[in-house]
Design a protein around this ligand. Structure first.
Ligand code: DP6
Length: 345
């Protein structure tokens, strides 16, 4: 049987950060992220007959074979065990592309693993000749998690949680959308990604998570994250834009503080990261507008702001892009989650 599955999944930016894991990709604290709209990965998995060498997995990014990714895909396939077995009698040709440029400062592992998990799960059901169950996206989320932790939040739109805590529908194994409507002030939230530095990641996230194991501050950090999760739920319900600003920046700085204070410490912020942070804070003080920054495990700034003040923030974005950010930015916003694409494309 020759079959194809083709899915698009979004990137996400965490507000409460996942940093520290144990067991098989389980998070040490709960996290909450915002799924993006424009920054997505599109992945097509074609199932081919077995080769003489047994199952072969070929991965292509923008048409170019990337063997380094194939190792990660094999790890995921083995972790899935008997839950995903159609590939054992076939070979796979996986073609992926991102809707954002490689240099946009957006990690593609979350969107990439989410799109791949959707294709694999879809194919598994097709081979078993079973209908997709109602919890299809939840299962895909738990599969994506095995590829990359933060990927399990890319299976849903809007604000998404991962981990177990009061008021969340997610678990340690899978992400879930927040179980309430967020206040209108946060609907269509904007994320301007300001590119401070294009260099490849200096330290992988997996190494970074590992450094939390014997970290002096890890226990307090995990408690802080849980407290922030609870506070963020109230902020999102009540429409507390100022509370959002304070919490989002505290989380970003805590994440980087963990890196700076781990046994083998490292620093991912660049001088222009700090310069942009200072400018954002000065702009906020001057205008009173609820703009704030967050960072993932890198030097680039995500400038978050409500869609309603888009016009007033434009000049700030233009100035920061020109003065500190290699003239490059990508303005994205809250997205609605994965989309199944036409596999004949
Ligand atoms: C800083 O999900 O990339 O972006 O599970 O090892 O693949 P692995 O790590 P990854 O870690 C992301 C960490 C973060 C914060 C977050 O997205 O919550």
């Amino acid at each position: 049987m020759s079959l194809v599955s083709f899915w698009q999944a979004p990137s996400n930016i965490a507000i409460v950060k996942y940093w520290g894991k144990y067991g098989i990709q389980l998070p040490c604290n709960s996290s909450i992220s915002l799924s993006l709209e424009a920054a997505c990965t599109q992945t097509k998995v074609e199932v081919l007959p077995l080769s003489g060498k047994g199952t072969e997995v070929h991965f292509y990014l923008d048409g170019e074979r990337k063997e380094s990714f194939e190792t990660k895909i094999w790890t995921l396939l083995h972790l899935l065990g008997d839950d995903c077995r159609f590939w054992k009698e076939h070979s796979l040709r996986i073609s992926s592309s991102n809707t954002f440029p490689h240099s946009a400062g957006i990690a593609s592992s979350a969107s990439g693993m989410a799109a791949l998990a959707l294709c694999l799960l879809d194919l598994e059901f097709k081979f078993r000749e079973q209908e997709r169950p109602l919890n299809f996206f939840q299962i895909a989320s738990s599969w994506a998690r095995l590829g990359s932790g933060s990927a399990c939040r890319s299976l849903f739109g809007g604000f998404v949680s991962w981990g177990k805590a009061e008021g969340l529908n997610s678990s340690l194994e899978e992400g879930a959308p927040l179980p309430f409507q967020v206040h209108s002030v946060f609907k269509g939230m904007k994320d301007a990604i300001l590119l401070v530095d294009q260099a490849e990641k200096k330290v992988s996230s997996t190494i970074g998570h590992g450094l939390m194991v014997d970290h002096w501050f890890s226990e307090r950090r995990f408690l802080q994250a849980e407290a922030h999760t609870q506070r963020l739920l109230s902020i999102l319900k009540e429409g507390d834009a100022e509370g959002f600003v304070e919490l989002t920046e505290a989380e970003a700085l805590s994440l980087h503080a963990m890196m700076m204070t781990s046994a083998s410490n490292y620093l991912l912020m660049r001088p222009n990261t700090i310069a942009v942070i200072e400018e954002i804070r000065a702009f906020r003080k001057q205008t009173g507008l609820p703009v704030c920054f967050t960072l993932d495990a890198g030097p680039n700034i995500h400038l978050l702001y409500p869609a309603t003040i888009e016009n007033r923030v434009k000049t700030l974005i233009d100035n920061l892009t020109q003065d500190f950010c290699l003239g490059k930015n990508l303005i994205d916003s809250m997205g609605t989650g994965p989309v199944e694409l036409n596999s004949k494309e």
